[in-house]
Design a protein around this ligand. Structure first.
Ligand SMILES: Cc1ncc(COP(=O)(O)O)c(C=O)c1O
Length: 476
């Protein structure tokens, strides 16, 4: 065999071997009427571990290309070279060739662990089920007649819902706009994705906060953008940093989550908010304001959005119902200049033909109801209790081993751990003890940080979760 694995390549050796064999099956190097080399002989010939060869065969078998038979070795599936001469494409190669990048491996791991194990979940950035307004939503779905209202709708989203959201942002965020300037999206996430895809091109420089939720999104890299970072201190980003980034890299767009930022929990102070708007209008740089958390203010104070302070039309405003009603509704929105909204909704129509009408009606009826106001009041009380719980549990179990800022809203707390540790090992040890959180490096921290979401577990579980985390930290 003249093939050799490339030991310097990034791709795992078992994957290289799987690809080599798959290609060999496709081009006839491995004929259909002969068994494939045994695991042992292949390992010897290629000077590989037998487990590497087994992993390669496992992968090819999962694609349906080979069969492992007890006694007669590994053979090529009859379906491929049988009477019908069907050929199965080499799916692995397609999977790796797409230009849309996968999630970070650690993000994939966290999702899998949450699905497969019964863990105290302080990783998912959402409310726990008991905080969803299930009863209110059930009342809405059981009383409304959906006759005539669930066909394809306007690509910008249902007109009645757009008007209801405009009233909601006028009352709660002091944002004035019109139905032509808002697009309903599948959560804030889709709004960010549409902005990246439709308004920027490969090579454009963008600025994001560090740490930030946006850091965790491969959609920026998939779009070929050059990403520059604005460090977040206790009052958010520093406008001076923005000026120097702009001078060096001609920043084309700024992505900010100014209020109760994910993950740091910080609030961009008013002076800085003003000066960012000044810089934005002086240089004509659009600001994308991602604002899903502002209604959770624990003090009840209504913090002005950048959009409400923006007199020149520089801000694209994004928000959603995910963090205040239910993440599974997938209702988000973006407000901006009409031509921008029309461009984005044209793209959204190509992608999914507009948002699901059923969810839009539910969202509309809930937002319009008195129950919505009661729900938010109650939610803020509950989130505040959970915030207090996590602060007291961190003090009880970790004391002076951690630094953190007490968030005044939102659902996350960002903890700096004073000692050096191995991030992967700490996550593994924590999972072994039944708790999961988000390691800081996935959100762009250079220091030893972790993000705990305190909305996704109740007070008792928060206390137990931090106890388990502290015990994991002791052993590494
Ligand atoms: C700052 C920020 N923006 C956007 C999102 C996406 O939320 P969704 O698409 O559920 O509205 C999240 C979710 O965690 C977030 O924290």
């Amino acid at each position: 065999m003249d093939w050799k694995p490339d030991r310097k390549a990034k791709k795992a050796i078992y994957k290289q071997l799987a690809e080599y064999i798959e290609n060999g099956i496709a081009d006839g190097t491995f004929p259909p009427d002969k068994p494939l080399p045994s695991e042992r002989s292949l390992a010897k010939e290629l000077n590989l571990n037998r487990s590497t060869v087994i992993a390669a065969y496992d992968e090819i078998e999962s694609n349906g290309l080979i069969k492992r038979n007890r006694g007669s070795g590994t053979t090529i599936s009859k379906d491929i070279w049988g009477i019908t001469k069907k050929r199965i494409p080499s799916w692995n190669r397609y999977v790796e060739a797409g230009s849309f990048l996968p999630n970070l491996p650690v993000t994939q791991k966290i999702r899998k662990e949450i699905e497969e194990q019964n863990l105290i979940n302080m990783a998912s950035g959402e409310l726990s089920e008991d905080l969803f307004p299930i009863k209110d939503l059930r009342n809405i779905t059981s009383t409304r007649s959906y006759a005539g209202s669930i066909g394809y709708d306007h690509p910008q989203g249902n007109r009645i819902l757009r008007e209801t959201i405009l009233k909601h942002v006028r009352d709660s965020r002091r944002i004035e706009s019109s139905p032509g300037s808002i697009l309903i999206t599948s959560g804030a996430q889709q709004a960010i994705h549409l902005v990246v895809q439709c308004l920027l091109k490969p090579g454009d420089a963008v600025a994001i906060e560090e740490p930030s939720y946006h850091y965790s999104l491969p959609i920026f890299k998939s779009a070929g953008l050059r990403i520059f970072y604005l460090p977040v201190d206790n009052d958010g980003i520093n406008p001076e940093d923005l000026i120097s980034l702009y001078k060096k890299h001609r920043i084309r767009m700024i992505f900010l989550n100014p209020i109760f930022q994910n993950p740091s929990g910080t609030l961009l102070n008013e002076k800085r908010r003003k000066s960012i708007l000044e810089i934005s209008s002086e240089h004509g740089i659009p600001v994308v304001e991602d604002d899903p958390y502002s209604l959770t203010s624990f003090s009840g104070e209504q913090i002005s959005s950048l959009k409400s302070m923006d007199v020149n039309g520089n801000v694209l405003y994004i928000s959603s119902l995910s963090k205040i009603v239910a993440s599974g509704l997938r209702i988000g929105w973006i407000i901006g200049p009409k031509p921008v909204i029309e461009r984005l909704s044209d793209a959204k129509q190509q992608i999914d033909f507009g948002h699901a009408s059923f969810n839009q009606w539910i969202a509309n009826d809930f937002l319009e109801s008195n129950e919505f106001k009661h729900h938010i009041k109650n939610l803020v009380v509950q989130l505040r209790k959970r915030r207090d719980q996590i602060v007291s549990s961190l003090s009880e179990f970790l004391g002076d081993q951690v630094n953190f800022l007490i968030p005044e809203g939102g659902i996350h707390i960002w903890c700096e751990i004073k000692k050096d540790f191995n991030e992967v090992q700490l996550l593994e040890e924590s999972i072994k003890r039944g708790v999961i959180y988000v390691p800081g490096s996935t959100m762009g921290s250079k220091k030893n940080c972790v993000r705990f979401t305190f909305a996704s577990a109740n007070e008792e579980n928060i206390h137990e979760g931090i106890r388990r985390f502290a015990s994991a930290l002791q052993v590494i």
